[in-house]
Ligand binder design. Structure first.
Ligand SMILES: Cc1cc2nc3c(=O)[nH]c(=O)nc-3n(C[C@H](O)[C@H](O)[C@H](O)COP(=O)(O)OP(=O)(O)OC[C@H]3O[C@@H](n4cnc5c(N)ncnc54)[C@H](O)[C@@H]3O)c2cc1C
Length: 344
């Protein structure tokens, strides 16, 4: 019968090298398991594709102390082990004070129970929320089929308004836009050692069956966030249907360096809008070096969705996203002008 968990072997890895060697030894038959909030559901629903088989071996990273650490150094920045849970992340004083959007984004993920179990690495590697993808009876493009059922089917909530391709999913992670806005990098470990990659380059586009660049024998060990320069302001906003717990209809992470009312540097990253976290480059270009006033904020909000090509039933997300961007930028401008006034 479907919906029963298939049998699997569970291995507690003792260190980061052992994870890589186990993944390598079992080839595509093994997968990393962390909090299990996404993976076990996918296994029950028999979700698999050409690049992602139902695993026979689950390699747990939860007993590896290095992967459970949050470390901060004023020179080196923030290092978060991929196995850190979202609630631990939100409870960290340094994250709340110095990397506020990580705190804001983590607290808006799911429920307390999900945040207690779900890890940062798992949040970045979670699979799409598209109901056709998750349903055992639909062989969609991502599962090796030839079509995307959502294009002509149900796509009101968890699908893209921008940059669709063979698949029209919207990227579900709240932490990914926040981390990209902070210019985070991820450490990928494989059988031949580790490499650091900007998080922005970690995600693939809509014409791939997988969402990330990870090979079957690679996994994330840590996420590194650089120290933010002075006069940097941050905000993460998200809109969803059920405020108790829901994925983003649209979200925006904005990080700006504002000096004497001028927008010296800005990063605007959208979630829930494209098949990957979307860096709103046109909006960023519109703002750089300019006076941060209401007129500029309106122009930037328009520019953030200039590339939008909504599907038949999700056009409302264009206005929603524009409004979120406007509010986010307004909030950055307000914080900066308050600080400016206080320092005079
Ligand atoms: C009811 C519900 C509501 C949710 N709401 C939200 C929401 O509002 N916003 C949001 O952003 N997310 C939401 N989520 C997703 C949630 O954040 C993820 O399920 C969770 O973070 C995954 O972490 P995990 O440790 O449980 O991963 P697991 O389930 O253990 O793994 C998930 C996937 O990631 C892979 N993986 C895990 N760790 C690593 C690693 N270190 N390296 C490589 N691959 C890895 C696994 O192999 C698997 O493919 C929700 C989930 C549920 C079930």
């Amino acid at each position: 019968m479907l919906y029963e968990l298939p049998g699997f072997e569970h291995v507690d890895a003792r260190d980061v090298k052992e994870v890589a060697s186990l993944l390598h030894r079992y080839g595509g038959k093994a997968k990393v398991i962390a909090g299990a909030t996404d993976l076990l559901g996918l296994m029950k629903d028999r979700v698999e594709g050409p690049e992602c088989k139902i695993p026979e071996v689950l390699v747990s990273i939860k007993k590896i102390p290095d992967m459970m650490r949050i470390a901060y150094d004023k020179a080196a920045g923030l290092r978060i082990g991929a196995g850190v849970t979202l609630n631990r992340l939100a409870a960290s004083d340094v994250i709340r004070e110095e990397f506020t959007i990580l705190f804001q984004a983590a607290l808006q993920v799911g429920t307390t129970q999900i945040r207690n179990m779900g890890t940062l690495g798992g949040n970045l590697c979670q699979r799409p929320r598209c109901l056709y993808f998750r349903h055992p009876h639909f062989l969609c493009f991502k599962k090796g089929g030839s079509k995307c059922y959502a294009v002509t089917g149900e796509h009101r909530f968890y699908h893209s308004i921008l940059k669709q391709g063979k698949c029209v999913m919207a990227h579900p992670s709240d932490l990914a836009p926040a981390l990209i806005a902070l210019k985070a990098e991820v450490m990928i470990m494989g059988p031949n050692g580790s490499k650091k990659v900007p998080l922005q380059e970690f995600f693939l586009g809509p014409n791939h069956a997988a969402e990330t660049i990870l090979n079957t024998d690679e996994y994330l060990t840590e996420i590194d966030v650089p120290v933010q320069s002075e006069k940097t302001y941050q905000v993460f906003l998200k809109e969803r249907i059920r405020h108790a717990a829901d994925f983003a209809l649209s979200s925006v992470a904005a990080v700006a360096r504002i000096s004497e009312g001028n927008c010296e540097e800005i990063r605007i990253v959208l979630g829930g809008a494209a098949p990957f976290p979307y860096v709103a480059l046109i909006a960023e270009e519109t703002m750089k070096g300019k006076k941060l006033d209401d007129g500029l904020i309106s122009l930037a909000a328009e520019a953030s969705v200039r590339e939008a090509k909504p599907l038949r039933m999700n056009g409302y997300k264009v206005d929603l996203t524009k409004t979120l961007v406007k509010r986010a930028l307004g909030s950055l401008a307000l914080s900066a002008s308050r600080d400016e006034a206080a320092s005079q």
